[in-house]
Design a protein around this ligand. Sequence first.
Ligand SMILES: [Zn+2]
Length: 289
Amino acid sequence: MRNRIACSAQTLTQLQPDMIHSVVGGQVYKLGKQYFAESRVQILEAGASSVTAEVSGTFGVYSQTIKLRSGVLSTKCSCPSNEKPFCRHCVAVLLQHYDGMADDQEPTDESDHLATPVVVSSGQEQSNGGHSTSSDFNFRDVTVFVDWLESCVTKLGQAEALPALPKLPGGAVRDWSIAIDSLHRQFLKNEETHSETQASLEAAQEQIVRLTQDLEEARHDAKNAQAASEELKAEIHKYQASLADSDRVGQERDGLAQQLKGVREELEKKGAELGGLSEALTTLSKSLP
Ligand SMILES: [Zn+2]
């Protein structure tokens, strides 16, 4: 299962357990924590922005790849779970990774007590030099940030792009503004994807309407063709009947001709008999005195 979510942390080591908890929710976090506690995680490769690992799950060993780049946390696990935004195995890996890295780091008081999900790494704090106070909240930085935030709200109200990031030295306040900017970019990207999906959906709907019309026309044509074929069949029946009639007339005519022939022969025979009779009468009349 693959997932991508916007993330305000800059590195994986900044992903504290309570942040992971707030993202995945109670049940998945509980299971992930249990897997971590039962030492089911084996980290194969770990860095500040990526980690690959294997976790012994309920039905076998699953592989995970987790990356954090440009404010986007992408997780991949070979398990079939549909836990969102990522599964218990990824939770276990992140906890293991955090635990392993925490051992290597010197945690500062400030980073441990920040209420915001944006965590400042010890490295960034060291690089702040003279800009930040020991509490990491420089009043000037906060003022600049609040001003920027106000203009962001105005721009958002006018549906315009966010103003450029304020020029702040490193530290929690700068991280906040980067996180807000990254969230906004992610939002715009989602909006774009949404518009594209909407356009594809509309195109598909239009195509369905066109296909339905074509189908209706084809059905209409088929109906007409069937009617024409019925008519043709009726016509053929009519011709066949008329042919049968003409055959019968022919036969009757032949029979009649035959009868006429018989009558003529009879008449010729009668004529010959009459000729003979007349001759006999002539002979008889001559012999009379
Ligand atoms: Zn998984």
